[in-house]
Design a protein around this ligand. Structure first.
Ligand code: ADP
Length: 446
């Protein structure tokens, strides 16, 4: 087993990984920017190394500084969390060159799935159902119009290196194609330094359903069922739950087995999530995240399985601790992403947390880096806490979520707590009939 793990991240996920390491008896090294010197992950780690100023580019994305921090501290492995360098294959290759283990998949799989055009082609070759669309990169409006005519409008232009919903433009008619293509490509170039885009059919009312998997280095892979992440704003997830009300046992077995078999063919190891859109009973591969995801705790809750510890175990070349038969699903779990944002406009609301009280009691888990007196800095993602509740069924889980949200106190900054309190009382949420566009329509009408 590893002796010392460096956590190349910040915020709630750095704290989450730290906790797993501590429970496994592994020493921890935190890295931090000068804006984060009072952060919770720094306070909890055995050692910490400042790796640069506030700007992410100069700190949490600064590969030479992070490698130096590993060498100075003597860390033998790195957990990347999510975001930042978690899907950067160049980082993985550099760590390998320095004999430091990356707690995640192989660099070739990160590279393949990080390029959405290549990922889609690979998924198709592996036998996964994909969304109808262009066979690769779209170079000009003429080509785009030909493809769109074949698919039928509306279509969606997507960035090959896309993430966080950027570089994505819907097109409803031929006349808008030229301008939309320029917009998507410029945004992609600006955000990802890669202007390549592709086109696919725009599905009108799908659900976002994703499958959590984890594999070891001996080609054993298990799944932890599905997550329904359809409650989204601007293509970004806000509430995640498992199981999904629209997936029955047969559907679940079908898509999970198909997913696992494809990944076994690839020789995939460590944690990953395959994201699908689900419409009229059909799944369509969208992308694969070759890392731990923000919403992993809901799967952990219903399978009673620690994904982070398992990531560390398999990276240290142990076999998976469980096989599929032993993994039993129980109850229901829902996560709300508590962001430091105005609950109506979702504009960031950094500042000082004057008073912080997290809910607790049966079935309530809060993954957070907050405490009273912490200054939420404007430099990073606005996610400050994840409220995860568990109960025996969906109805009791929602009741528990309601009481936990009511108990949550974060004074001094605005948060999305009031937004969740409102949404979870809506009829459509209560009966599970919401798709990826529901929230946008709800916001327009209210
Ligand atoms: P990103 O990596 O930027 O998050 P994804 O490919 O995961 O991009 O898509 C994010 C979200 O965009 C999806 O959850 C879905 O809401 C929407 N989306 C993507 N592709 C389509 C499509 N073909 N039709 C309808 N919605 C889509």
């Amino acid at each position: 087993m590893f002796e010392k793990v460096l956590i190349a991240n910040r915020g709630e996920i750095a704290v989450r990984v730290l906790r797993a390491c501590k429970e496994m008896g592994i020493q921890t090294v935190a890295i931090y920017s000068s804006a984060d010197k009072n952060a919770m992950h720094v306070k909890l780690a055995d050692e910490s190394v400042c790796i640069g100023p506030a700007s992410s580019l100069k700190s949490y994305l600064n590969i030479p500084a992070i490698i130096s921090a590993c060498e100075v501290s003597g860390a033998d492995a790195v957990h990347p969390g999510y975001g930042f360098l978690s899907e950067n294959f160049g980082f993985v290759e550099k760590l390998e060159a320095h004999n430091i283990k990356f707690i995640g998949p192989k660099s070739e799989h990160i590279k393949m799935m990080g390029d959405k055009i290549l990922a889609k082609e690979s998924a198709r070759n592996l036998g996964l159902p994909t969304i109808p669309g262009s066979s690769g990169e779209i170079k000009n409006a003429k080509e785009a119009i030909t493809v769109a005519n074949e698919l039928g409008y509306p279509v969606i232009i997507k960035a090959s290196s896309g993430g966080g919903g950027r570089g994505m433009v819907k097109v409803f008619r031929k006349e808008d194609m030229d301008e939309s293509l320029k917009k998507a490509s410029t945004e992609a170039e600006k955000s990802f330094n890669d202007g390549r885009v592709y086109i696919e059919k725009y599905l009108q009312n799908p659900k976002h359903i994703e499958i959590q998997i984890i594999g070891d280095e001996y080609n054993n892979i298990v799944h932890l069922g599905e997550r329904d992440c359809s409650m989204q704003r601007r293509n970004q997830k806000l509430i995640e739950e498992t199981p999904s009300v629209v997936i029955d046992d047969d559907k679940r077995n079908e898509i999970c087995n198909l997913t696992i078999n494809s990944l076994k063919t690839m020789g995939y190891c460590n944690a990953g999530t395959v994201e699908y859109l689900y419409e009229n009973g059909n799944f369509y591969f969208m992308e694969m995240n070759t890392r731990l995801q923000v919403e992993h705790p809901v799967s952990e809750e219903i399978y009673n399985f620690d994904l982070v510890k398992e990531q560390i175990n398999v990276a240290a070349k142990y076999k998976l601790s469980s096989d599929q038969k032993k993994l039993k699903r129980n109850g229901h779990s829902i996560e709300c992403r508590i962001n430091a944002e105005d609950p109506n406009t979702f504009t960031p609301s950094p500042g000082l947390i004057k008073n912080y009280h997290a809910p607790s009691g049966p079935g309530v888990r809060v993954d957070s880096n907050c405490y009273s007196g912490l200054e939420i800095s404007p430099y990073y993602d606005s996610l400050i806490a994840k409220l995860i509740v568990y109960d025996i069924d969906r109805n009791s889980c929602i009741q528990r979520l309601k009481r936990a949200l009511d108990e949550f106190v974060i004074d001094g900054i605005k948060t999305t707590i009031p937004f969740f309190q409102e949404i979870i009382t809506q009829k459509d949420f209560l009966n599970g009939s919401y798709d990826i566009n529901w929230l946008e329509k709800y916001k327009e009408a209210n």
